[in-house]
Design a protein around this ligand. Structure first.
Ligand SMILES: NC(=O)c1ccc[n+]([C@@H]2O[C@H](COP(=O)([O-])OP(=O)(O)OC[C@H]3O[C@@H](n4cnc5c(N)ncnc54)[C@H](OP(=O)(O)O)[C@@H]3O)[C@@H](O)[C@H]2O)c1
Length: 282
């Protein structure tokens, strides 16, 4: 116990401040060293990224964000070639390596020969939805589950060894639909709820293989998948009214979270799905 003496209190204060001062000095030194070496945690130069579902929309935005940070980026979609896509549908394929891969066919995933020898980041952004109550039919339900859930596991296991070798990152795109009921879309809802669970469970299981598995749950983003809502003025107005930020999300908004999760800034985060929704489900 210190007596209530001014000088001793100052001494005590200085003693307590010492570790903080040490931390500040260490951080200053680190900043100086990183500046000298030109380092930046969001620099993906020399890294190979694959975005399944990177041919349009959110995946395409994520692909360009990684490219903008120096990565070599390959993207997959369902069509035969890059020339079959149009910017009108949210597809910008310049600067990306395009490959056709229909993930609704498990054999196609198995047979897919990746055009690279190492893989640092795998983003699984593929997704499908069936409107007009098609998901209440078993055929539709199975179709959506195959693309939105089964193919996640197929792609994840296919690239497990490459990701482990590079101590890489797997990012699964689910949806805020995982956190509430989705009127008219039981398969979409169940698949996205499954994706959040898979992210958690692979996160735990593959930590020992040096793979960090995390996810992103977008809110409402203007892509070809959501045109039924965004191209209908009345529905759009209703949707915007429910988003505290009063605007739709953009693929670039989703990309910010993906860059963070794949970077060393998230080195101690595993199994988490970050909700990126402008406040929609708060
Ligand atoms: N937009 C939103 O508001 C929103 C909200 C929450 C979650 N999400 C999720 O975000 C992800 C991206 O969706 P998006 O909104 O960007 O829609 P999108 O523009 O339609 O993109 C969907 C992507 O998945 C690919 N895909 C669909 N079926 C496939 C299959 N059988 N094999 C391989 N690839 C397939 C598409 O390829 P093609 O280009 O060849 O069709 C496309 O690249 C999806 O998982 C979606 O569920 C979207």
């Amino acid at each position: 116990m210190y007596p209530d003496d001014g000088r001793l209190s100052v001494l005590e204060g200085l003693t307590r401040l010492a570790p903080i001062r040490r931390q500040v000095n260490e951080a200053d030194n680190q900043i100086k060293q990183e500046k000298e070496r030109g380092m930046n945690e969001l620099d993906f130069s020399g890294k190979q990224v694959l975005v399944v579902g990177g041919s349009s929309g959110i995946g395409n935005g994520i692909a360009h964000a990684f490219r903008g940070k120096g990565a070599r980026v390959a993207v997959c979609g369902t069509r035969a070639s890059a020339a079959d896509y149009s910017p009108d549908d949210g597809s910008y394929l310049e600067g990306l390596d395009y490959f056709q891969l229909d993930v609704s066919k498990p054999q196609a995933v198995e047979a897919f020969k990746p055009p690279f020898e190492k893989l640092d980041v795998l983003v699984l952004a593929q997704g499908a939805v069936i409107y007009r109550r098609g998901e209440f039919e078993m055929e539709g339900f199975r179709k959506v589950l195959e693309v939105n859930l089964m193919s996640l596991m197929a792609c994840a296991t296919k690239f497990h060894d490459m990701l482990s070798a590079s101590k890489g990152s797997l990012i699964i795109v689910s949806s805020t639909a995982a956190y509430h009921s989705t009127m008219g879309n039981p398969a979409y809802n169940a698949s996205k709820t499954g994706a959040v669970g898979l992210t958690r469970t692979l996160g735990e299981a593959w930590a020992e293989n040096s793979i960090r598995v995390n996810g992103i749950a977008p809110g409402l983003v203007d892509t070809k998948m959501t045109k039924a809502t965004t191209a209908n003025p009345k529905r759009l107005e209703g949707a915007l009214g429910r988003i505290p930020l009063k605007r739709l999300g953009t693929p670039a908004d989703m990309a910010g979270a993906a860059l963070f999760l794949a970077s060393p800034l998230a080195s101690y985060i595993i199994g988490q799905t970050i909700v990126v929704d402008g406040g929609l489900i708060l």
